[in-house]
Design a protein around this ligand. Sequence first.
Ligand SMILES: [Zn+2]
Length: 287
Amino acid sequence: MDCVVAVDVGGTTIKGGLVARDGTILHFERRDTPRGADRVIAAVSAFVADLSRPRPGLRPVAVGLAVPGLVTPTHAVFSAAFGWRDVPVSSFTDVDLPVALGHDVRSAGEAELAYGGGGDDVLFLPIGTGIAGAVVLSGSLYGGAGGWAGQIGHIPVRPDGVACGCGQRGCLAAYASGGAIAARYGSGTAPDVVRRAAEGDARAAEVWSSAVDALALALATYTLLLDPARIVIGGGVSLAGDALLAPLRQRLAARLESRRPPEVVTSSLGTGAGLLGAGLLGWRSAA
Ligand SMILES: [Zn+2]
């Protein structure tokens, strides 16, 4: 069976797999993301090489790479998280297959449209190590003038708030990203904080509540500007399920008294949208 090698490069883990044309994940692996641009690039190259090796019954025909930051089809132009600039697609892999490079969150948004709930006016918001959005307007993914659209993680929600890795203060990501939730609590991961909050840990509840507040404020801003029909939350933090959705829906509605709030749901693809998005990139480049 023909398949594509799909690699989704995240801040904490690199997810890699083999994906069939219909979106079936035929093989899946996860590796830790190393620190430093050169080491990340080398890790991606090794991962692609491993995944491209022949396996019984599976024939890789192309490679799809999804990376964060500013991305063109030929270069990973900039990523604050990895500290790289102008990395040509050829640096990520030397396998003898067509290779497509794309933006991680927009590719995941395309997977959400193709395999998830779809819709014409949607914000797809994966919340993982960081936060970025895939903006779907009138059925099309919107990248903006320079490819920077959807940076909702760096919308200020507390103008004089805590410092963010982007150099500004009070960004949404500094309160509500998985990385920020864990860091503000002081130990464990974001899912640990959600679990401790449910068990009655007051400090965990406070951190989680301020994350949900920050999200509600940013999503109210987005809603008033662009009037989405649905907001689909993905990434690791979406696995909190009702512990996220119930307070978020209520607080978003409270900030939108003049209008009906959009539907807020978690992604049916779970944390798999990024890998499926990389798979779609690969299939587009397959002959
Ligand atoms: Zn920021």
